[in-house]
Design a protein around this ligand. Structure first.
Ligand SMILES: Cc1ncc(C[n+]2csc(CCOP(=O)(O)OP(=O)(O)O)c2C)c(N)n1
Ligand SMILES: [Mg+2]
Length: 312
């Protein structure tokens, strides 16, 4: 969780310095991301919404490769062709996010059905935000998953905002979890700032689906603690005290408090951990900044097969 938090802080600063083009933080969503990385097994697939990059790292995608992606350099696995924060990590079954809101929900149902057809024991994890619950793909995906009993777990990170639209203007439904009932599915609301509650909810739901149970929906209630992305200014639309109130629901601070109360963490260990995490990130940043961009002639590779012959 600290790695995710520190990475967000560093990368937003680097974006402001003009060293990366774009960054979307997941600050406030670390408990969900770490718990999902830990609760999911190697045969699971992850189709992210906008803020699940840390899930790929927890599942084993190397931090330095993620940094190469953020800097779109020659060692970026997507070869500099995707927007920063859109990594794909085939080796850990992490599919690149689609910036088009909600589309991954119906894609995830297809992945889950393919898993079942191939007798692959895993479940597909479909992440999306509160805003995505108003998309056509949310309806199509949940409905199709329910009637086919696809092995998919729908995970809604309700961070209270879809850029400038608060969740209260997104839907008239009392909860997003309640929407599952329309499709004949179970929906649960879970405190997304409590690592242990999230881990418990994810592990038990994954267990039920792995053993043949129907798809389920979990709504994680949490708070977006940073702007929507590096291209956003929430002071133009959030109430003046919103950010301060939201910070009372910081999952990293909550876990730190608990670990300190349990005497697992003391200030010295905490400081050491912060220094280690920061050093690891700085090393990966230096490595990425020292790597040249992909060679221009690579731009047509992997795009067309066969490659067109050069003109006369
Ligand atoms: C189909 C579509 N409409 C609009 C946008 C512009 N857009 C990008 S992110 C976003 C809000 C997403 O909100 P939410 O689903 O709650 O996810 P969050 O950003 O809060 O994680 C919008 C409207 C888009 N990318 N795709
Ligand atoms: Mg949202």
């Amino acid at each position: 969780m600290l790695l995710g938090r520190t990475l967000d802080t560093r990368m937003l600063a680097l974006q402001r310095q003009g060293r990366v083009g774009f960054y979307g933080a997941a600050t406030g969503q670390e408990a969900v991301n770490v718990a999902a990385g830990l609760a999911s097994g190697p045969s699971e697939w992850v189709l992210p919404g906008l803020r699940e990059q840390l899930v790929a790292l927890v599942r084993g995608h190397p931090l330095d490769l993620y940094l190469h992606h953020l800097f779109a350099d020659a060692r970026d696995p997507s070869r500099g062709r995707n927007m920063p924060c859109h990594p794909s990590a085939r080796e850990v079954h992490y599919v690149s996010m689609s910036s088009v809101i909600g589309t991954q929900i119906s894609h995830a149902v297809g992945v889950a059905l393919a898993q079942r057809r191939r007798r692959d024991p895993g479940v597909t994890l479909a992440f999306f935000g509160d805003g995505a619950t108003s998309s056509n793909d949310f309806h199509a995906g949940l409905n199709f998953a329910a009637v086919t009993s696809a092995p998919v777990l729908f995970l809604c990170t309700n961070n209270q905002w879809a850029i400038s639209v608060p969740v209260g203007r997104q839907t008239a439904a009392a909860t997003l979890a309640g929407k599952a009932a329309a499709y004949g599915l179970e929906g649960r609301q879970v405190d997304g700032t409590d690592l242990f509650a999230v881990y418990e909810a994810l592990s038990t739901a994954l267990g039920r689906i792995r053993s043949g149970g129907p798809p389920e929906l979990i709504e994680f209630v949490l708070y977006r603690l940073t702007p929507h992305s590096s291209s956003d200014d929430p002071t133009r639309y959030q109430p003046a005290d919103w950010a301060a109130r939201a910070r009372a629901h910081d999952p990293v601070a909550r876990l730190e408090r608990w670990l300190t109360d349990q005497r697992v963490l003391d200030p010295e260990a905490q400081a050491r951990l912060s220094i280690e995490v920061d050093a690891e990130i700085r090393r990966s940043i230096a490595d990425a900044e020292g790597t040249p961009p992909p060679p221009p002639e690579s731009i047509t590779e992997d795009v067309l097969a066969p490659a067109p012959s050069p003109g006369p």
